[in-house]
Ligand binder design. Structure first.
Ligand code: SF4
Length: 376
């Protein structure tokens, strides 16, 4: 590798542990040097090679010539009354993604984005309503964790691990950005990087079956399923990817994952409660029926309203009845507390700044014209 080059520097946040070792090998350096640098970056949050005190000055100088450590820039930061923090992070392309930190009594969860926008286009989700621009790179995904760790201070320095859990549940469908997402999760689990337990890293998916079937070949993490409806007819509307990957096949794939995973002993089933759409008591019965035999925990999420969307949150009484019905079938049910809704950081409310490349508005307009034509 030429070190006297004007070529763009390699962002070391864009390299997996293996990638860093490969780079060091190319530079004629030993693998343990790569591990030292990996620790400085991901355990201490360092972005200046001169702070890497156990790395020789000569190597630091060589690294400065070819590499950099460059995280995202903060565009906006909002702190909710309940302590939830939401950041809009600007990427090199000028667009922005959102990352949310949710503090709880015994843990702190970071909700991480995987794409700029989302093509899945769930009808209850503001990210989907924005359209899609592109997948995030490894640097842009792990950079969210790196940034948040620097914000709170490295546990190696403060002695307190503020981020105990990471969920791939922000903007985007993580399984549609497979390689960078699995590489980022591998760094989250790596003892030389973030060192989180595999049960504390969760991938949430709308159900991209071929990718889910390969996940364990790359990384073993906890699993959440965005189900939101107990039958295909309803789920086709709420989660359109269901037309391609219907519920029966999806649950089969989930069961396979649970059978082989050491991290996921049960799947967390996400069910957003939308008034008059999926909150009828009959859907609770259907849900209990389809999940029978699959180790699971159902998480009921009150729908979080967003502009230009007509859905409303289910009534409290309806949610209670739904929950009771599930429990009467022996299901474990939790109700997600809405966190950070005063700063639009709640589930389904993340938007960032997305230049839609899917021409969603144009398609919507054509569709509405067609409906008008049919109805006149
Ligand atoms: S809920 Fe998830 S998969 Fe569905 S549109 Fe929103 S970000 Fe995409």
């Amino acid at each position: 590798m030429s070190e006297e080059t004007n070529e763009e520097k390699i962002n070391l946040l864009d390299l997996s542990a293996e990638g860093l070792k490969f780079l060091f090998n190319e530079m004629g350096e030993k693998p343990f040097r790569a591990t030292q640098v990996l620790k400085w970056i991901h355990q201490y949050g360092v972005d200046d090679f001169d702070e890497m005190t156990n790395v020789s000055k000569a190597l630091r100088e060589r690294l400065k010539k070819v590499a950099e450590i460059k995280g995202p820039e903060v565009l906006e930061q909002h702190i909710s009354d309940d302590g939830t923090v939401k950041w809009a992070l600007r990427l090199n392309c000028g667009q922005a993604i959102e990352t949310v930190f949710i503090p709880e009594k015994n843990r702190g969860t970071l909700c991480v984005s995987s794409q700029i926008g989302c093509v899945v286009d769930c009808s209850f989700c503001s990210t989907g309503a924005q359209g899609f621009n592109r997948n995030l790179s490894l640097a842009e995904i792990i950079g969210q964790v790196w940034f948040a760790m620097r914000y709170f201070g490295s546990a190696k320095v403060t002695g307190e691990r503020k981020i105990s859990n990471v969920v791939m549940m922000g903007m985007g469908e993580p399984l549609l950005n497979f390689k960078p997402v699995t590489q980022a999760m591998a760094l989250l689990l790596d003892d030389n990087a973030y060192g989180l337990s595999k049960r504390r890293v969760t991938l949430s998916t709308s159900g991209i079956i071929p990718a889910l079937d390969q996940l364990l070949d790359h990384v073993d993490v906890a699993l959440a399923l965005s189900l939101h409806a107990p039958n295909d007819e309803l789920r086709d509307i709420l989660v359109p990817v269901n037309k391609k990957y219907p519920i029966k096949d999806l649950l089969h794939s989930v069961q396979n994952y649970l059978d082989k995973s050491a991290a996921a002993k049960k799947v967390t089933v996400e069910y957003v409660m939308i008034d008059g759409v999926n909150d009828d008591i009959k859907y609770a019965r259907q849900l209990a029926k389809i999940l029978k035999g699959i180790p699971n925990k159902i998480n009921l999420i009150p729908f979080n309203p967003f502009p230009n969307n007509d859905y409303r949150t289910s009534r409290e009484e309806t949610m209670r009845r739904f929950e009771n019905e599930l429990q009467s079938h022996g299901m474990i049910v939790t109700r997600r507390k809405t966190r950070g809704d005063d700063i639009d950081a709640a589930c389904g409310q993340l938007v960032g700044q997305v230049n839609d490349r899917t021409r969603k508005e144009e398609r919507k307009y054509k569709k509405s014209i067609k409906i008008q034509e049919i109805s006149t």
